[in-house]
Design a protein around this ligand. Sequence first.
Ligand code: ATP
Length: 205
Amino acid sequence: MRLGIFGGSFDPVHYGHLLLAECCREALALDEVWLVPAAQPPHKQDRRLAPGKARLEMLELALADHDQIQPSAVELSRGGVSYTVDTLEAIRQQRPEAELFLLLGADSLRDLPNWRQPQRILELAVPAAVRRSGSPELDYGVLAGLVPPAQLESIRQLQVEMPLIDLSSTELRRRARLGLSLRFRTPRAVEEYIRTHGLYRDAPE
Ligand code: ATP
């Protein structure tokens, strides 16, 4: 059982997130991918997120028709600041048979050495970094102090390529605030959820 874990705020989920998950599922032959919305991301503690329930429900809507990719409420149920190391420990307990792959965008790869217990993270899960086409080569040197050279090389081999989808949740929130279209930026059901629940009407600029 090969299980991919992809963490984020998902405030809201958009096609960049979904395509990243699908590209990793395919390239790494993952049996399942879990999208894990953070209760409170450590690096965004100064920003108010939409309620966890809403972010989870939007993920459920976005993933309703995919058999292998699903949301996980592990961080929302735990509450508090969401540290990846705690999440991986919990998932390992829950699914001891699974080989865990931690899916990382370029920004997350760069930042990983600053996360809580990065060495333990790399014991619990294999990091798989994603490069968007046309963007700079990924710098695996950031992991050099954390894993031996042979392991670093095998991590490099796992790199996943995806098309560049120039979307961000920030941009979706901005568009929602201004009443602009979200069509084709996120699944239709998510777009409708945002509208009917009046989400992001007062999102900061
Ligand atoms: P925000 O704009 O609120 O900072 P975001 O769009 O970056 O949010 P997050 O939920 O923080 O979304 O994203 C989790 C991870 O998803 C990020 O670390 C990033 O690596 C990846 N990601 C975000 N947008 C894209 C995209 N358009 N294409 C590929 N990966 C993305």
